[in-house]
Ligand binder design. Structure first.
Ligand code: GLY
Length: 449
């Protein structure tokens, strides 16, 4: 099989979506996902394309597979320095270095970075010991949000409703009982109210390209009730309430991140995923940065982006993004993803339930079923993780994309299936028109290009 080979590291819906989209690049013949899931297991796609999964340590898999490009999906291997290791071994790897991934790996680092570079972020205090806690809490009139400094698989943020709740959550973290070393430093942050938007930018260390804006739905149940999750559904492109906000986000948030990291000698090559709060009448507020594609944001983005994804990510990894500006074009359609979660998610999971209805949906046009927590057992596909599938509909309108996603989601069955019924509902009628309303535009950092 001739053509380029790409290794995608990870096992979620994000990685399945990246793998499928990478295979659409004309030059790509083979994508291997390590470790992958039931959706990425060996499947010939026509005579010249192949998707497969591989077990083993990513570096060892890379040495055996000899990919032309490695794309690292999740935050943990990025923060542990997998991209540095891959590069040292001679591979072209897309994703930030360990030093640059600190933007996600340490909340305290991010907050200090944002303040130093004039990026609007909620007021905060970093706490490193029990002795610092009481005076820190006293600085907040309203109960603050308590954030473990390190990676906690999406569980390290406590939105407290009283000072007492904030105090006990903080004590659990500082003692190491809640999240081990990741919680021994924490950040208290002023709570802000507004609507969240997920902003992704591809950076080569000097330039960045803004991708279409996407909206996630983090709570488990309809109308934003229930516990926080990794994300129960997404849609895009999102229309911003004021068009000039896009330029503000570009020049006051994304560009300072790229420039600040370059100035510090830790240039950021990879995906900057900024979680912003849009507050009416105020500047957008940065409350988190992830240093990878969002999940399930990617399940939308891979259906909105045009052009050659392999070329785009390879250019960014080489530090040459500025040379390929015409890879992206404005989105021509809408996409909406509904997550089907396992019984018990996001708490104690029951796994191993057979999934029915996948074959019929696979044949449907404009529906893509991205696997996440799934595994094969003989002829069956079983639930194997909290978020099981991301059922994505695409269409000329958000309504059409939504209708397709839900029709498919309803035809897939497994015991204990959980899903939200209100993904994208608040945006119906106000969504950005295809090809307009949302910028997909290259940006470059002044003085850096
Ligand atoms: N969907 C949120 C995240 O990927 O962190």
């Amino acid at each position: 099989m001739s053509g380029r080979r790409v290794l995608v590291v990870g096992k979620g819906g994000r990685e399945h979506a990246l793998a499928r989209r990478l295979l659409e690049s004309e030059s790509v013949a083979e994508v291997l996902v390590a470790p992958g899931n039931a959706g990425t297991e060996a499947s010939p796609l026509g005579s010249s394309k192949r998707l497969a999964s591989a077990d083993g340590a990513p570096l060892e898999v890379a040495k055996a597979f000899r990919p032309d490009l490695v794309v690292v999906g999740p935050e943990a291997p990025l923060c542990e320095g997998l991209v540095d290791e891959l590069q040292a071994a001679g591979f072209l790897a897309y994703g930030p270095s360990r030093a640059a991934a600190r933007l996600e790996g340490s909340k305290a680092f991010l907050k200090e970075f944002a303040v130093r570079h004039g990026i609007n972020t909620p007021r905060h205090v970093t706490v490193r010991s029990e002795a610092e806690l009481a005076p820190a809490l006293a600085q907040f009139a309203e109960p603050p949000v308590v954030k473990a400094d390190g990676l906690c698989a999406g569980k390290g943020v406590i939105v407290a409703t009283s000072h007492e709740q904030a105090r006990s959550a903080a004590l659990e973290m500082l003692s190491g009982r809640a999240f081990g070393a990741a919680g021994r430093t924490l950040v208290l942050e002023e709570r802000v109210y507004g609507s969240e938007v997920s902003v992704h930018a591809i950076s080569d260390g000097r330039h960045a390209w803004l991708l279409p804006f996407v909206q996630d739905h983090k709570r488990l149940a309809d109308n934003d009730r229930g516990p926080n999750t990794g994300g129960m559904g997404t849609y895009g492109p999102v229309a911003l309430p004021e068009p000039e906000l896009a330029a503000h986000i570009r020049s006051r948030i994304i560009e300072p991140i790229v420039a600040g990291m370059a100035e510090a000698g830790t240039p950021f090559r990879g995906t900057i995923f900024a979680n912003l709060m849009l507050v009416p009448g105020a500047a957008p507020t940065l409350f988190e940065v992830n240093t990878r594609f969002g999940d399930p944001e990617t399940q939308i983005l891979m259906n909105l982006l045009q052009g050659d994804l392999c070329e785009l990510l390879s250019s960014a990894a080489r530090g040459e993004l500025g040379q390929g500006r015409d890879v992206l074009a404005p989105p021509q359609r809408h996409a909406l993803c509904v997550i089907l979660a396992a019984h018990g998610y996001p708490g104690e999971l029951r796994l191993g339930d057979p999934i029915r209805g996948l074959e019929a949906v696979a044949a449907q046009e404009d529906v893509l079923v991205y696997h996440a927590g799934t595994r094969r057992q003989g002829e069956q596909t079983l639930t194997a993780g909290g978020r099981v599938l991301g059922v994505t509909g695409v269409g000329r309108t958000l309504e059409q994309a939504r209708q397709r996603a839900y029709a498919a989601a309803d035809s897939i069955e497994f015991a204990g299936k959980q899903l939200r019924r209100d993904i994208g509902i608040a945006a119906l009628g106000s969504a950005a028109p295809p090809g307009g309303g949302v910028p997909v535009s290259p940006i470059s950092v002044p003085g850096q290009g």
